[in-house]
Design a binder for this molecule. Sequence first.
Ligand SMILES: [Fe+2]
Ligand SMILES: [Fe+2]
Length: 264
Amino acid sequence: MIIKVLAVGDIVGLAAVEYLKKNMWKIRELTGADAVIANGENAYDVRGIGCQEAKTLLDSGVDLITTGNHVWGRRDIFRMLDEDPRIIRPANFPASTPGCGNSIINICGYRFLCINAQGTVFLDPLDNPFIAVEKILDAEEGRYDFALLDFHAEATSEKIAMGLNFDGRIHMIWGTHTHVQTADETVLPGGTGYITDLGMTGPVTGILGSAPEPIIERFKTHMPQRFSVAEGETVLCGALFSLDTSAKRCISVRRIRIAPSDSN
Ligand SMILES: [Fe+2]
Ligand SMILES: [Fe+2]
């Protein structure tokens, strides 16, 4: 059996949430996705995701929400992170923080261990993500059929290293956080589907989804600015992973980029 998982890049802003509410099932149909895993860390207003946005996404055809360095942007998500296994945060945050870094979901009758981890190059010095992911695989051994990882990281090298380190043990590994889609989707030698970054889902006309002016001003003056979501149409970026359940390997990774005009 072939199982298709659609991974959706960082959702930026409430307009993107509304777009997915309206179009997610259509996009599932269009791509043939059996499940959707979406990074929601910027869903509220670049920084964070609130319960309302998370619930809307989960009610609209998203099966699991992953997050990243902006996970703490909205306090009201803390309780949901503790209580709802359909939203996870990077596993290598301190154990005392709300939520959990992994969750098992059912896709077509198979148990998928979903892991979220955050890079430490050019980001906060969290626990070592390689060791954190290794620990989860050990702890969950025997409880899952397939595994996937959203590695939320800045450095390309750290992401590729993560892919190769877990090649053959985690069946799908994708990167998030940079908001710019990379063109290196591949199936690694051990059978892991891999892409360095999915890109973002939101107004791609801004600077990584934010309105350009305050960001340009900050680069020019080094003074603090208030960032807001850019205007413009939502473009969905992600990747579609096809997994062969008998061979226990990923057989293809396809980059996805859908502009509103495509999904009408
Ligand atoms: Fe992001
Ligand atoms: Fe991020």
